[in-house]
Design a protein around this ligand. Structure first.
Ligand SMILES: *Cc1c(COP(=O)(O)O)cnc(C)c1O
Length: 487
């Protein structure tokens, strides 16, 4: 640190040469990462104490050499994260980013584009309209009347949707309003429902059937009963790709219920929606075009880096009617109706230029490449299912659906209890993760501990998966030995 107050860089600027050198260094690091990430281990684990040791420091009052700071970051901070775009990163919903979008984000940040209002950046607003129209078209929503907004992610898109649904259906008084979703719906929906002030008594968690789809019969019963009690059913949240199993709720049937009962239909397709770009996914997602609002997460299966979620709605006036406020300090930039101020379509005023990365990557690679990638992923999960079914070690717990498959180690010829199977599969996952070779964690389905793969990375190959299964089998065998030594 240079402790000379006279040396302070009070305009926070670097010289042109220093900026260049610094930038090239950063780019070299990122390119090296893209080039070598497949050869690294996807998993990092560290405790709070270890991270405290590494990173806790006092507020830096005086300057350091830019290169020293960068070197420290690249050596000690960046490697202490999982590589979510690694071919063997199977858990949660992976983040198979792409380099063009990374550069687009760099441009958006480099020029610090304000994507809140038309007046500040007409082209950014227009590009959000253009790319939103592409998405509306992809999902069969009307492009003239429809609209949407890019958000930080699916959680914010779901929140934005529910605020809108509540205003349209309940107006000011939502004290009797009731909302319906399945026990497999993503937790961000419950979070959003709570954030906007609904009580527990206003939420109906509808059980799912053996295929993890919302039970239509139980849904209809719940709505009917609530009406009899004088409550106001107002919204159903359907899942288009549950995070656990990839299951799609019966969208057409739910849309019909919503029409008959005059309910808002929100579809959470955060991860699964992108499957509409494949022929089989389009079949599975039939009815999605009947939703009033739809969440999709470009930072999942549309291959964008974080953060990018998206909410689509059937009528863009629903958003502006919900989120427009007219403070005096924004008076001068209101502009005319067709010039959209996206701060009027959602919660944020200051917004980064998210549309740019979606635009640049789609233009660079073409929608056909995205279609092929997504179709590849769905086929890959189907191939894994076939392999597992033929194996004497594995049991498929929930079949390949939109790139997700759940299975467990259950070797033939051993009489294992459910408790032992849970224990074995938990330990297989733990040892795989501890080895760092693959990110493969468990979930619980119908009370069973199972291994879950979400295969939305187009750079994952069948060999990556068979290698991982072989590793699991090795650990599984050891677990069986331990069990038989204990008796
Ligand atoms: C990931 C996910 C979300 C949450 O999205 P974030 O981008 O993580 O905020 C919501 N719903 C589903 C179905 C998801 O898979």
């Amino acid at each position: 640190m240079q402790k000379d107050p006279k040396n302070l860089n009070t305009t926070l600027e670097l010289s042109k040469e220093d900026m260049r050198a610094y930038g090239y260094k950063v780019i070299d690091h990122i390119v090296a990462h893209f080039d070598t990430q497949n050869d690294k281990k996807p998993v990092t684990q560290a405790s709070r104490a270890e991270m405290d040791d590494l990173l806790t420091e006092d507020i830096p009052l005086f300057p350091s050499q830019p290169d020293d700071v960068l070197d420290f970051v690249m050596r000690d901070i960046i490697p202490n994260s999982n590589i979510v775009s690694h071919p063997k990163s199977y858990s949660f919903v992976p983040g198979p980013s792409n380099y063009v979008s990374v550069m687009a984000d760099t441009i958006a940040t480099g020029f610090n584009i304000f994507s809140g209002g038309w007046a500040a950046s007409p082209a950014a607003a227009e590009l959000e309209i253009v790319t939103m129209n592409w998405l509306l078209e992809i999902f069969g929503f009307p492009t003239k009347q429809g609209g949407g907004i890019f958000t930080s992610g699916g959680s914010m898109a779901n929140l934005t949707a529910l605020v809108t649904a509540r205003r349209i259906k309940c107006k000011e008084d939502f004290s009797k309003a009731v909302i319906y979703l399945s026990d497999q719906a993503h937790s961000s929906n419950i979070k959003a429902i709570k954030v906007i002030g609904f009580k527990k008594e206003q939420i109906r968690i509808i059980p799912t059937d053996l295929e993890f789809k919302i039970s239509l019969n139980k849904l209809k019963n719940a709505i009917a009963k609530d009406r009899l009690e004088g409550l106001q059913p107002f919204c159903i949240i359907a899942s288009a790709g549950t995070t656990n199993t990839g299951t799609v709720d019966p969208l057409d049937a739910i849309a019909t219920i919503c029409e008959e009962e005059s309910l808002w239909m929100h579809v959470d397709g955060a991860y699964g929606g992108a499957a509409i770009l494949s022929a089989s996914g389009k079949q599975t997602l039939k009815g999605i075009e009947r939703a009033d609002s739809l969440t999709v997460d470009p930072h999942k299966w549309f291959f964008q880096p974080y953060e990018m979620g998206c909410l689509l709605v059937k009528n863009h006036n629903w958003l502006s009617g919900t989120f427009s406020e007219k403070p005096e300090y924004l008076r001068d930039i209101e502009g005319n109706e067709s010039e959209i101020n996206f701060y009027d379509h959602g919660i944020q005023l200051t917004r980064r230029f998210r549309a740019l990365k979606f635009y640049m990557s789609l233009k660079t690679f073409g929608l056909e490449a995205f279609k092929t990638a997504i179709t590849y992923n769905i086929d890959l999960a189907n191939s894994v299912e076939k392999i597992l079914r033929k194996s004497a070690f594995w049991e498929v717990v929930s079949p390949a659906t939109l790139g997700i498959i759940n299975f467990r180690y259950h070797p033939l010829g051993h009489n294992l209890t459910e408790k032992e199977l849970d224990h074995i599969n938990q330990n297989i996952s733990r040892q795989v993760v501890d080895s760092g070779e693959a990110l493969l964690v468990t979930t619980v389905l119908l009370g069973q501990v199972v291994l879950r793969m979400c295969l939305i990375n187009p750079r994952t190959q069948l060999k990556d998966i068979t290698d991982t299964l072989a590793l699991c089998e090795k650990f599984g065998e050891k677990e069986i030995e331990k069990l038989s030594n204990n008796v």
